[in-house]
Design a protein around this ligand. Structure first.
Ligand SMILES: Cc1ncc(COP(=O)(O)O)c(C=O)c1O
Length: 421
């Protein structure tokens, strides 16, 4: 209906592109508002604890960036990013054993833009793509704009299960998927790390079925214990590698990158021209100064130690408070624990009760493609942002909410209506 020549909002429904129908808002981003209430303890966001950054030093870095390179920083720049920023990305990758030429690096607005650009480069509507299940919900959001069919492969404590991947590849056939997207180290949301044996097998299978692999590695430096497992990119130079400074410095600077073989980078760069012309040069200058001129390794070590203490506090609280029916992962790095509850417990429904009780988490269904019906009895809980005492309290509160649900479930089992798992 139009009144006085103006379109009514309900009439806009058929104007939107089809892709909007299959997209949904991120549960985490929606939770940000609630999580800022002072009585709420947030286990939802994967936010680095930037409260521990040396802010005086960072402000010096920002000042120097403006004074020394303000002209370049305030101007349009190269679509691919500043040469010096690419050198910083190359240095960060070298630490992970990856030797990259800056020619094959493009600086992006965080890892998130890297995912979106790769989605735009590879996916036509209806194309198959393969991811871990559960996987990073931001990747699902980025890819869903291009309307793929997402096939999810379960993980266990050693990462993505290769028997399931092989079966899926057989089903889809050679070149049957556009890419395999994986977060092999300290996976989001699982916290698990793919073993070396499985990494080798993944690359063998990808070669056999001629399917590109995208390795997303934001958490690789945040190891608390155990042996470093080599990045996929160090074992195969066809792997498309993406990373970010978000978890090791500052997500607010929106600085990440893609490192991939030249033919792919040419396509990505062409698409990026249309997406943003170029990223923020000033943010890149700030990142360069931070990584070139400060003791960022020392700062990161301190932060990593804090994350480890928090991981310990969360795992101890889970052992203390969570019911025997619950299972959870035991990450050796990163930010997240993945909890699985009996299948009768519905975590999306539980969220509002948990909010009342003063704690937030990410319901597991958000980490699967929408409509898959998976993850409804699971949740992602993050240990990166709250202090150990708050984490313990949050787990205690959450356990009460879960106990309430389980009481019902146990009563049904006792009455013979449900079978115990
Ligand atoms: C696996 C993974 N990839 C990419 C990102 C995006 O990070 P950013 O865009 O801040 O670089 C995140 C953020 O949480 C992540 O967990």
């Amino acid at each position: 209906m139009t009144t006085a020549g103006r379109i009514q909002f309900d009439e806009w429904a058929d104007l939107y592109a089809q892709r909007v129908e299959t997209m949904r808002t991120s549960a985490v981003r929606d939770l940000f508002a609630a999580a800022s209430r002072s009585d709420i303890i947030s286990l939802s966001g994967g936010m680095p604890d930037i409260r521990y950054l040396p802010l005086v030093e960072v402000s010096e870095v920002v000042k120097r960036a403006v004074l020394e390179e303000g002209i370049a920083g305030l101007q349009y720049g190269d679509t691919k990013g500043r040469e010096e920023t690419k050198r910083v990305a190359a240095m960060l990758m070298r630490d992970q054993g990856i030797h990259a030429s800056t020619e094959n690096i493009t600086i992006t607005a965080g890892g998130q833009q890297a995912l979106s650009l790769l989605g735009m480069t590879f996916i036509n509507p209806g194309d198959n793509i393969i991811t871990e299940g559960p996987t990073y919900l931001g990747a699902l959001q980025a890819f869903s704009a291009f309307q793929p069919t997402v096939h999810t492969i379960e993980f266990d404590d050693d990462g993505m299960r290769m028997d399931l991947l092989e079966a899926k590849l057989k089903e889809l056939g050679p070149r049957g998927a556009k890419f395999i997207y994986t977060i092999p180290t300290f996976q989001n949301p699982g916290g698990v790390t793919m073993s070396l044996g499985r990494r080798k097998r993944l690359l063998e299978l990808a070669r056999e079925y001629r399917i590109p692999v995208i390795e997303d590695d934001p958490y690789g430096r945040l190891r608390f214990e155990g042996e470093h497992v080599p990045c996929l990119r160090t074992m195969d130079d066809e792997v498309i590698y993406i990373s970010t400074i978000s978890k090791v410095f500052a997500p607010g600077l929106r600085t990440g990158w893609i490192f991939a073989p030249s033919p792919i980078m040419q396509k990505v760069n062409m698409i990026k021209q249309g997406a943003d012309l170029c990223g923020s040069a000033l943010n890149q200058v700030i990142a360069e100064h931070y990584f070139n001129d400060t003791d960022w390794r020392g700062t990161l070590n301190t932060m990593r130690e804090r994350y480890q203490v928090r991981r310990d506090a969360m795992l101890a609280a889970l052992d203390e408070f969570f019911p025997p029916e619950a299972k959870w992962t035991r990450p050796t790095g990163g930010f997240f624990v993945w909890v699985t509850l009996p299948k009768y417990v519905n975590t999306p429904q539980m969220l509002s009760v948990a909010l009342e009780a003063g704690v937030t988490f990410v319901p597991g269904d958000g980490c699967y493609p929408s409509g898959s019906g998976k993850g409804m009895n699971a949740m992602r809980i993050a240990f990166c942002y709250e202090e150990p005492e708050a984490l313990r309290e949050a787990i205690r509160r959450l356990s009460l909410v879960i106990e309430e649900r389980l009481a019902l479930y146990r009563a049904f089992i006792d009455a013979g209506v449900l079978e115990a798992e």
